[in-house]
Design a protein around this ligand. Sequence first.
Ligand code: CTP
Ligand code: MG
Length: 236
Amino acid sequence: MTTPVAADARVVALVPAAGRGVRLGAPIPKALVPVCGAPLLVHAVRGLLAAGCVDQVVVAAPPDMVDVVVDALREFGPTVRVVPGGEERSDSVRLALDEAVSTHPDTRVVLVHDAARCFTPPEVIRAVVEAVRAGAPAVIPVLPVADTVKEVDSAGHVVATPDRSRLRVVQTPQGFDIDLLRRAHDQQDAPVTDDAGLVERLGEPVATVAGHPHALKITTPFDLVIAEALFSGAQL
Ligand code: CTP
Ligand code: MG
């Protein structure tokens, strides 16, 4: 748990970008939707590389659009590889992980970062990598919850009010010791949207670092408007 990873250990970022973006409702897959002058995915990859601590990026693309995605990412050269993604997000992560392991077996630290969180500040990416390097086998960026949260039953009746001070919303990149992420995915039996959840099921500890509001996930047209408003004047 506390064995530090060598400072020069290879860091690979897996970017699941194979979703259709049903809730966004655009005519093209969400990762290719333009925001602030470039596709979401281009901003996401640029942000990962700008953090200065990621050696390789593996993108899981919509299987029928691998060529389009390769074209969109050409500017980054061989540092960025593209594989066809899968049916569910967890399948896409698994396929990208297999690619990372087969092309760079010496990789020790792996990040999993949603293409949809395309404006994640570099300091969040660095904080996650540093925490894994310092010996935490699984690390997630989190934010406190602003609203009161209720648990309801299938009829919509409230069954519980969790103590808000103990709740966090979870962002990406999530960082892992690569062997642990492989073990977590090997025992996965149902699709999940959160890799750290798989690690929890193994009984392994998951550490947290501070997330950032700018790491918001673009899910709906509303989120796209927010992102344009926040970042259209920024140096991206
Ligand atoms: N993702 C993926 N492969 C899938 C499904 C999702 O790689 N089969 C990726 C998405 O491209 C996205 C990230 O996982 O970057 C988070 O998923 P989400 O925000 O839910 O994106 P979509 O699944 O595309 O959106 P929706 O659920 O609205 O269809
Ligand atoms: Mg989805």
